[in-house]
Design a protein around this ligand. Structure first.
Ligand SMILES: NC(=O)c1ccc[n+]([C@@H]2O[C@H](COP(=O)([O-])OP(=O)(O)OC[C@H]3O[C@@H](n4cnc5c(N)ncnc54)[C@H](OP(=O)(O)O)[C@@H]3O)[C@@H](O)[C@H]2O)c1
Length: 291
């Protein structure tokens, strides 16, 4: 429940139907760069605010705290959608299966809803073999859906050509100044849902004049405009915020709409690689584990 003025209302987050038939909330809460010793409270607050999808990763070092917040929340497991990711140094068949077990133990869960290959790391050429292990986890019922992150079109096309299960999701950097429209199109063509990470451009896209103008016109925050733009284009979004107030407003995306003109003005903020906040998946090969 979220308080808005004097009215209390339950924010309805729509689901996106994955190619497995499973439903994934279109809005989730991401915990990248939330230190392990500080993660319990913001995740607990997010769950209190009504978030039901939580995005973590082995490399974030905070799976244990995420699991604790979930356990203490009282929210039924079947009402939650938990995503975690395999870190790069664990790619390979046997190492993937072992790393998955470790994640599950840290989370204190019996299964995860979505397990992602965090980066393709094409220089190691292990993502196809890794995917075979993901297919086994899916067949065993240890995960409800399997997907990838930071995959470019050629990685997606190769995976689909050489393996049996089409990824349910590609979690990729998408925000107004860096949209990767070509990769999004490949995902759609292959039946892969697009999940936008860093959907606010890590805060960097919120001052853009088109965003501020739409926010003023609609009486909402710039972050709501940017997130609404994404959901209106059928993407899943996982904004991160340590602030209870911003967590709440970031959820309130389903009671207003951007006009075609406002959408087009935000589309026009695309600035190519200059807008990128993360690494380039074609070359990124970091394998250092965080802890
Ligand atoms: N797969 C990958 O490789 C990958 C890479 C990056 C991120 N991700 C996932 O995507 C999630 C989100 O991405 P992100 O954390 O990089 O960036 P983001 O969600 O785009 O932006 C987070 C930043 O925006 C600020 N912010 C949040 N809400 C705001 C609001 N309403 N008004 C003003 N500022 C606001 C936050 O500050 P406060 O905390 O102070 O509010 C924080 O500095 C991550 O947590 C992670 O789960 C995945």
């Amino acid at each position: 429940m979220i308080g808005k003025g004097s009215t209390i209302f339950m924010t309805q987050v729509p689901n996106i139907t994955l190619n497995t038939g499973a439903a994934m909330p279109q809005l989730g809460y991401g915990v990248f760069q939330v230190p392990p010793d500080q993660v319990v409270e913001p995740v607990a607050e997010a769950l209190r605010a009504g978030y039901r999808s939580i995005d973590t990763a082995a490399v974030y070092g905070n799976e244990e705290g995420v699991g604790r917040a979930i356990a203490e929340s009282g929210v039924a497991r079947e009402d939650l959608f938990v995503t975690t990711k395999l870190w790069n140094d664990k790619q390979g068949y046997d190492s993937t299966l072992a790393a998955f077990d470790e994640s599950l133990t840290r989370l204190g869960l019996d299964y995860v809803d979505l397990y992602l290959i965090h980066w393709p790391v094409p220089s190691r050429d292990l993502y196809v073999e890794t995917w075979r292990a993901f297919e086994k986890l899916l067949a065993d019922g240890a995960v409800r859906a399997i997907g990838v992150s930071n995959f470019l079109s050629d990685h997606l096309e190769r995976l689909v050509a050489e393996t049996d299960v089409v990824p349910a999701v590609n979690q990729m950097e998408v925000h107004p100044t860096f949209q990767q429209v070509d990769v999004q199109q490949t995902c759609r063509a292959l039946g892969i849902a697009v999940e936008a990470y860093s959907p606010l451009g890590r805060g960097g896209d919120l001052d853009a004049p088109a965003v501020v103008a739409a926010a003023t016109e609609l009486g909402v925050t710039p972050a709501q405009v940017v997130l609404r733009w994404a959901v209106q284009q059928n993407r899943i979004v996982i904004p991160k915020s340590m602030s209870v107030e911003r967590q709440a407003t970031n959820m309130d995306l389903f009671s207003f709409e951007l006009s075609e003109e406002q959408m087009a003005q935000i589309d026009a903020l695309e600035s190519g690689v200059d807008g990128r906040t993360g690494a380039d998946p074609a070359t990124a090969a970091f394998t250092q584990f965080r802890d």
